[in-house]
Design a protein around this ligand. Structure first.
Ligand code: ZN
Ligand code: ZN
Length: 447
């Protein structure tokens, strides 16, 4: 049976029970990605019986679509209040959320954000607090938060993922999306390419840790990703088919994460490398780039690691001796030195996870050695570094971390530290389990 990637068809059968044992819910109710989709906004508001809406945007997204949205509301006689976040750039932090909340008019019965990225993250928080239906009018296909129920925020100076509200309605007008800055369209294909890694690592963890896995959800993400890869050469031409593939991919990825109830289908080691760079940017003002651009580049780095794993001959004694030598206190100091205050939560996580516990390691190692053929078969089925390099290159994507301004040491250290961001089994944890983490780091990312 063909894999269903038609979003309307998926939403129509929402809440279906799957062979994986779960009932899958999308959380988002309506998704409209089409030319002229902005004109449908009054109808969509009508479906929620909203009489007055609150519209958030910033100076850029006002020009991109906000002004048109307000005209359309006016013509349709829908009352509205607005708040424009001032300035070119703002952070998704206490100040921005405070500004949004203090300008919000509680007499409004729907929240609408015109934007993407952190504007959407803030809108989701406000709609959640106000307990109002929420519509996101996307201005760029740059990230996969359009149909997710979390917001990526900075709280007390640290990057956190907060539970917020999944948009009820996602509007993606292809005229608007195709006119968005090229770097933001490319960011979308980068965040999509990341799914090559996340799906592969999800399968690895199923084999190694017996983690929950749904093949249907994985296939859905892979099919959406294939559409993006097939259309990659249209990105630079702003081909609407390519832009549609990326936007639909971004929304489907969020739906896949909702279905699975975990972020496994959409993020893995490459997201954690990007996260490390974000943490360093906050702490040390080091370089940073758009989420999807960093994730795409980190996907290439991670695929280099997978290519490396294919050549490994596992050695049980070596792995056990490595773990015996491993000095967690020295490692904690290394994390703090390279990440500052952000390292504290990672160190606290390890106290709960115990991934470096020698007994747990020994058990895991037995499984890894026992199932090594299966592990290598999963990795062999993933695309190679060269294949994804060619796809991203066709989209005019930046292809190296150096191009984004990262030093060789920042690349090397991000690879080593990425596995400590969350309790998720990623490929660098497989290397640690095999006693090869530093060897791999020095060979692949010398500094
Ligand atoms: Zn399933
Ligand atoms: Zn992402």
């Amino acid at each position: 049976m063909a894999v269903e990637t038609n979003i309307e068809a998926l939403l129509a059968k929402d809440g279906f029970s799957c062979s994986c044992g779960k009932a899958h819910y999308a959380k988002v109710s309506r998704v409209l990605i089409d030319f002229g989709a902005l004109n449908k906004i009054p109808e969509l508001i009508g479906q929620y019986n909203a009489k007055k809406v609150f519209v958030f945007f910033d100076e850029n997204t006002y020009k991109a679509a906000g002004e048109r949205v307000l005209q359309i509301l006016q013509t349709a006689n829908i009352a509205y209040k607005t708040h424009c976040f001032p300035g070119e750039r703002f952070e998704p932090d206490e100040r921005s959320v405070g500004s949004a909340v203090m300008h919000f008019d509680p007499s409004c019965d729907m929240v609408i954000t015109v934007g993407t990225g952190c504007l959407n993250d803030i809108g989701k928080i406000v709609a959640n607090m106000a307990k109002k239906p929420y519509m996101i009018v996307g201005t760029a296909p740059s990230m996969d938060g359009y149909s997710s129920a979390t917001s990526s925020m900075i709280r007390d100076g640290l990057k956190v993922s907060l539970d917020s509200k999944c948009p009820d309605i996602v509007v993606g007008d292809l005229d608007v999306l195709a006119a968005s800055p090229m770097r933001m369209i490319q960011a979308g294909i980068g965040d999509m390419a990341a799914k090559y890694v996340s799906i592969g690592e999800w399968q690895l963890s199923r084999v190694i840790n017996g983690e929950y896995y749904c093949g249907d959800v994985a296939d859905m993400v892979s099919a959406a990703l294939k559409k993006c890869a097939d259309n990659a050469s249209g990105i630079m031409k702003r081909d609407p088919q390519a832009v549609r593939a990326v936007m639909e991919g971004m929304v489907l990825a969020g739906i896949a994460a909702n279905y699975a109830g975990i972020s496994r289908p959409v993020s893995g080691m490459e997201h954690y490398i990007s996260h490390i760079w974000d943490m360093r940017a906050l702490e040390f003002d080091s370089p940073s780039d758009l989420h999807g651009i960093q994730c795409g580049v980190a996907t290439l780095l991670t695929l280099k690691v997978f290519d490396y794993v294919k050549k490994i001959v596992p050695d049980k004694d070596k792995a056990l001796a490595y773990v015996k030598r491993f000095d967690f206190n020295a490692y904690k100091a290394y994390l703090s030195e390279n990440l500052g205050a952000g390292a504290d939560s990672m160190i606290a996580n390890e106290a709960k996870e115990g991934k470096y516990d020698p007994d747990k390691h020994a058990k895991r190692l037995d499984v890894i050695l026992d199932k090594y053929d299966e592990i290598i078969a999963i990795i062999n089925a993933m695309p190679t570094y060269d294949e994804v390099y060619a796809t991203l290159s066709a989209a005019g994507f930046p292809l190296t971390a150096e191009e984004l301004g990262f030093s060789k040491k920042e690349i090397h250290d991000a690879f080593v530290m990425a596995k400590d961001i969350r309790d998720k089994y990623v490929v660098s944890r497989l290397l640690w389990d095999l006693g090869l983490l530093e060897e791999a780091a020095d060979e692949l990312f010398p500094c």
